[in-house]
Write a protein that binds this ligand. Sequence first.
Ligand code: MLT
Length: 266
Amino acid sequence: MSKQEDFGLAYLDSCDRMVLLLIHGFPFHSGMWEVQIEEVGDVARIIAPDLRGFGRSDATPAPYSVGMFAEDCANLLDHLGIEGPVIVGGLSMGGYVALEFYRRYPERVAGLVLAATRAGADSAEGKAGRDRMAELVRTQGTTAVAEAMLPKLLAPQNYEEQPDVVEFVKGLMAEASAEGVVGALMAMRDRPDSTPMLADIDVPVLIIHGADDQLIPVREAEAMYDVIPDAELVVVSDAGHLPNLENVDEFNDALIDFVESFYDEE
Ligand code: MLT
């Protein structure tokens, strides 16, 4: 019989990095983070969910809400055994979900990345626009949304200068399901105003925004920066609403610096 002795067992684990949850925008899926997974994936353990109704996730019947999306993300972290705290990032609609995640589970958040997003709720006009868009999807399908959004997604110059990105974005949008698109439109229409919460955010926040964003003007990012106590603002040049795709280097450098600042604190 051999005698068991206490000893230190060493092991390698490629996922011993800070978790970075990256939540996609509308009407995309986790594939929009491909280049971040490639280039930032060795600095952080990136987990990028497909929100319900998008990508490879199932669609469920309406209604959807940003609260439901945030809860789905928390459930995913539970499923992976990640109690946190983690860095939660989101682009545009993903940013709405990241703010909602913070509202619900502040103890699970080490930092926030708010990309191409805003804190405010939809105006009455904005809500009416969501309803019109949902009706368009019901009558004409998701291509109507893609056609309406495409001209505003990128910085004007990038439609000519970055044809690969244009094609990539078209491809992402073509994969969206009608149920997911309508559900997300209603979720965005009814999302709460996160502005009153901004001054109480007590984790570091990276606000990152394309200088030429035609959908959410850069002043929305500046407004969040003015109020959030521990915020950094990076305005990405030559980029519109999808700075993670239009100017990968500037976006990824900012993301890497932000993630590394958590290791510096250890
Ligand atoms: C997005 O990019 O996620 C959406 O354009 C956000 C919005 O419509 O408010």
